[in-house]
Every structure is written in C-alpha cells, then in structure tokens.
Design a protein around this ligand. Structure first.
Ligand SMILES: Cc1cc2nc3c(=O)[nH]c(=O)nc-3n(C[C@H](O)[C@H](O)[C@H](O)COP(=O)(O)OP(=O)(O)OC[C@H]3O[C@@H](n4cnc5c(N)ncnc54)[C@H](O)[C@@H]3O)c2cc1C
Length: 417
C-alpha cells in the first residue's frame, strides 16, 4: 500500500483555551499518548495540537509498514522492551478495531561469511528480548520461505508483520475524539512557557494553557524542546528514505520481507524488500541526509533546516566517521542501478527493469553534538512538559507501549499528577 493523502478522520476542531493535558503532534506517538492518557484519566480535558491539516502527515504516513518483532535492539534498551510489548499490543488493538494486518514473517539474510557473526548477535539479542518464534535457518529453508532469495544462512521471524500505520493512527484519533478529547489540526505550536502552575502553549490559532504537555513532534522535536528551554543536544537531522516498487508482474520475487544483516555501527536496518497488505512489494529505503525536514522531494531545500544541519558540529563528526557509507547511500539515493544492485545480493534475479519509483519518507534522526546517532528512544523533561526527542523506527510498532511509558512519566511528575 503506497502511502497517499489520508482522509481527515476528524472535523477541524477549535483548540481549547484551557485543558488539563496538551499533546503536541498527531503522529502515531502523539495519538497513542493521547489515547492512553484519555483511557487512564477519562475526566481529564485533553487536546492534541497538530500543525498539518491532517493527522499522520509525516513519518507515520510514510513508513515501511513493518510491525517489528524486536530482534535488533540491545537487550535492556527501551527499544527492546517497548517494541516486543508494543507489537503484541498493536496486533491486539488492530484485531479489536478491525484494522487489517498480517503476521507474514520475515527473513534476515547473511550472504557472506563475515556477516555470520552479525546474524548470531541478532539471534542472541532477539532471543534475549523474547521475540516469539525466532529461529536460525539454513540456505535450503530460506529457499522454502523465499524461493528467489539467496544466502548462506538466515534468521526467520514469524512474528514480524505488516500494517498500515496511517490506518492505525486514524483509529487512535477516532478513539481519542470519542473519549471527549479534541484534535486541532492546522495548529502549529510556536512557543512554550511554564509559570509554575500551568504551561502556556502559543500556536498559530491562539494560546492553549494546560497543566501539562507532551511533545511528540517527530522531525521538529528538537525545536519544540528548545522553545521550552531544553538544550539543543540532540539535534534532529532529516534523513530521506526513498523506495522503489516491483512491477506487478515481478511481485512473485518476494513473498514476505527480506532484510539484510545491518551495519552494527548504524541505527538503520538496511534496505529491504517488503510485501505490503495489498501485495505491492516495496524496495528500500535509502538513507540520505537532506536539506529539509519534509524533503519528500529530493530537491526540497528549507534554508532554516539546512542551516541547522550544517551548523551542528555532530553533522561533520558523523560524516568524518561514516563517509564511506555516506557515499554508498548517495549512490543508491540518486542511481536506480546502484539501488537495485544493493538488493540483488539477496534476490539475484532482480534487475533495474523490474522496478518503478515508489514513495519516500523522511526519518527524524537525533544526532548528538559528538556525532553519535542516538539509537534508543529518548524522553526528557522541561517544566510541565515531556519531550519525546527521539522516536525513530520501531516507534510506530512500539507506539502503544511507548504511550504507556509516557503516561507513567506524566503521572510521576509531582507538578502534574
Ligand atoms: C522511511 C521510513 C520508514 C519507516 N519504517 C518503519 C517501520 O516499518 N516500522 C516502524 O515501526 N517504524 C518505521 N519508521 C519509523 C516510524 O515511522 C516513526 O518512528 C514514527 O512514525 C514516529 O511517530 P511520531 O508520532 O513520533 O512522528 P511523526 O509521525 O513524524 O509525527 C510528528 C507530528 O508532529 C507534528 N508537529 C511537528 N511540529 C509541530 C508543531 N510545531 N506544532 C504542532 N505539531 C507539530 C508533525 O506535523 C507530525 O504530524 C519508519 C520511518 C521512516 C521515515
């Protein structure tokens, strides 16, 4: 299913002047947080303030649509805990709300001897994280699951699935509105100031005062945090991911999802091939640092975004450390032939004539001043405001569990509870 414009699920609501809890951002994380808070506090007045005219307009509506099982993440990390739990909660929510999903499974394929150590580490992590049914398979079993894939060994994860995260966001939004909360779209938050008892949120449609706020602003989360008085570190740098689509007559090359063994130094899972709920096969995403936080078109430049990326010391430290990967990604980002040849390692029959351009997404990648890509989810505080400062993949999968964590933190704050 190629992401496209979503129908607005809720009528344009007026942002309230006062409420108990305000959530900034109507991506899947903000909506899941509002959903959880309204479930726990049915009498609280809750408002979601979203800048775009519709919900799920950014990362949530432009993902790979993969429900991750929790294999990759360092045991003990928030990602490990919240992905495994979040996937289970997501499947349960989809079943209850009648949202289509499929536990189609996936394979992570090693094609060369040096990748075997990485595959063993993924198996160790996945097992320790409690990923259901994860199993090492040999080349013959790989062929049974994915007849066109080649590798010397693989991991099979039957619990990995596919879903349309935009549809999940719509259902969450409908539930939030049904619980009495407000979702105000076209409402861009510009300022945040706390005065001890309340937080005043200035936005394009006026001012909303709340007892507490939760900011889930994705690619703009650093700006909201800085506006509320938090440090600039980590900064968000936009990383564009482009996809190709298999031509309909070649879709039989991929039955489920085929992933590489990822580079352990980078928080990306690598370019993969994934069959969605409608049978379309998406190839990608590439990973290219771009000049706008909404660079759905490669050439889009937003001077403020570009200046902030270039002025950040971490950008240059990152590029010095990973210039080889950056060059490979640049090639894949601009040349279809290079893109396809990366994936031909897993599916040798694939050729450039089998593909057409697909959608693109922009990852909100938190980057430290020291040049380290922030891997785990990060939630921090300023007075009366919680900031989700890093919610990259698998945050869509983890959203319901992450929302539980956010609600716990809201309740822990003595100024709020
Ligand atoms: C290419 C790509 C592929 C991915 N694939 C997967 C996958 O297969 N599985 C998975 O689990 N995850 C995947 N992810 C990650 C996943 O999409 C994100 O982790 C998740 O959607 C983050 O949700 P969010 O609500 O934090 O951010 P977003 O969906 O980006 O939402 C943030 C919202 O905040 C709003 N906002 C920003 N600033 C303001 C402001 N000033 N005032 C008001 N509102 C504001 C924005 O308009 C936006 O609606 C992928 C991401 C990308 C980019």
């Amino acid at each position: 299913m190629t992401p496209g414009p979503l129908a607005p699920p809720v009528p344009l609501a007026e942002p309230p002047r006062e409420c108990d809890l305000a959530v900034i951002g109507a991506g899947i994380v903000g909506l899941a947080a509002a959903h959880e808070l309204s479930r726990r506090h049915p009498d609280a007045a809750i408002a979601v303030l979203e800048r775009e005219p519709r919900i799920a307009a950014h990362q949530t509506g432009h993902s790979s649509g993969v429900v991750h099982a929790g294999i990759y993440y360092r045991p003990g990390s928030l990602k490990a805990e919240l992905c495994v739990r979040g996937a289970a909660e997501l499947y349960e929510y989809c079943a209850r709300r009648g949202i289509r999903f499929e536990r189609a499974g996936k394979v992570i394929v090693a094609t060369r001897e040096p990748e075997l150590a990485g595959l063993a580490e993924l198996e160790r992590r996945g097992t320790q994280n409690g990923v259901p049914g994860l199993r090492r398979i040999d080349a013959d079993e790989l062929r049974e699951i994915e007849p066109h894939a080649t590798g010397i060994a693989a991991l099979h994860s039957p619990a990995t699935g596919v879903v349309d995260f935009g549809a999940v966001a719509e259902a969450l939004a409908a539930d939030v509105v049904a619980s009495g909360a407000t979702i105000a779209t076209g409402c861009a938050v510009q300022s945040i100031s706390a005065d001890g008892r309340t937080v005043a949120i200035g936005h394009s449609r006026g001012v909303t005062k709340a007892r507490a706020a939760v900011a889930c602003a994705g690619a703009w989360s650093d700006r909201i945090a800085v506006a509320a008085g938090a440090p600039a570190d980590p900064r968000i740098v936009p990383v564009r991911g482009a996809y190709l689509l298999l031509r309909p007559e070649r879709r039989d090359l991929v039955r489920t999802s085929i992933y590489p063994v990822p580079d352990p130094d980078l928080p990306f899972l690598g370019m993969h091939l994934t069959r969605d709920l409608d049978g379309q096969v998406h190839l990608g995403p590439s990973a290219l640092m771009v000049a706008a936080r909404d660079a759905y078109r490669l050439r889009r430049v937003r001077p403020r975004d570009l200046a902030q990326t270039l002025a950040w010391p971490g950008t240059w430290r990152l590029l010095r450390r990973h210039w080889r990967t950056a060059l490979t990604e640049l090639r894949a980002g601009i040349s279809r032939r290079s893109f396809v040849s990366e994936l031909r390692r897993y599916v040798p029959e694939l050729s450039p004539s089998d593909v057409v351009p697909g959608h693109s997404g922009v990852r909100a990648q938190a980057l430290g001043r020291d040049g380290a890509l922030v891997d785990d989810f990060v939630v921090s505080r300023t007075e009366r405001v919680l900031h989700v400062r890093n919610a990259p993949s698998p945050a869509a999968t983890s959203a319901l569990a992450l929302a539980g964590r956010i609600a716990d933190m809201v309740e822990e704050d003595p100024g709020v509870g």
